[in-house]
Design a protein around this ligand. Structure first.
Ligand code: SF4
Ligand code: SF4
Length: 186
């Protein structure tokens, strides 16, 4: 990892602390946050490692990591931290930095999932899970993964067969339009 580190120590730390509003420099590497993280078995960097990489200024590794996109924002880490660091907010900040800097995604499924999710929100004003999953599967070609869970999710009311349109759909579309206009100016 050392070969590719983008050494820019304090600049990255200062930027993340400023944007997230939380004292990343106070991390004492106790690893309590990592032990409660549900994505621990799947991730490339545990939350305590993310904190350390920020200290080291390893911007490239962090912005291209799977960890920032797998993070479920559950805040289990934040509630465990003895130093009061809002780790979930740090993950949010790193995701925003990755988007702003157009960092390469760790694998193309993330981009396909994000596109399917945003298309669904743009269309319905909120996510329509079944439609979003269908769009994602068509884009990724990953047609059969997890289909066995669909009947159970339908039975438990976790997903519905038809979209439930948001009353704010018009405002949501305006937000997307403004975002597109801002993007085009850059
Ligand atoms: S907020 Fe993210 S990093 Fe923290 S415990 Fe949840 S999934 Fe893990
Ligand atoms: S729980 Fe807090 S202090 Fe401990 S490793 Fe995680 S971020 Fe650092």
């Amino acid at each position: 990892m050392a070969d590719t580190l983008h050494w820019n120590n304090t600049a990255l730390l200062r930027e993340v602390e400023h944007s997230s509003g939380t004292p990343v420099s106070a991390c004492l590497q106790c690893h309590k946050c990592s032990t409660g993280c549900p994505i621990g078995p799947e991730t490339d960097y545990l939350s305590s490692q993310v904190m350390r990489l920020i200290h080291l200024g390893a911007e490239d590794e962090l912005l291209r990591s799977r960890a920032i996109w797998l993070c479920a924002s559950c805040e289990a880490c934040t509630t465990r931290c003895p130093m009061g660091i809002d780790i979930a907010a740090v993950m949010d900040t790193l995701r925003m930095m990755a988007v702003e800097r157009k960092a390469a995604l760790p694998d193309s499924r993330g981009e396909k999932f994000n596109r399917s999710f945003l298309d669904s929100v743009r269309r319905h004003g909120r996510v329509f899970e079944l439609g979003m999953l269908t769009a994602y599967k068509l884009r990724s070609g990953d047609l059969l993964a997890d289909v066995d869970k669909v009947p159970q999710m339908l039975a438990k009311g976790r997903i519905s067969l038809l979209p439930n349109r948001s009353g704010s759909a018009k405002q949501v579309r305006q937000v997307f339009r403004r975002a597109t206009e801002e993007d085009e100016k850059q």
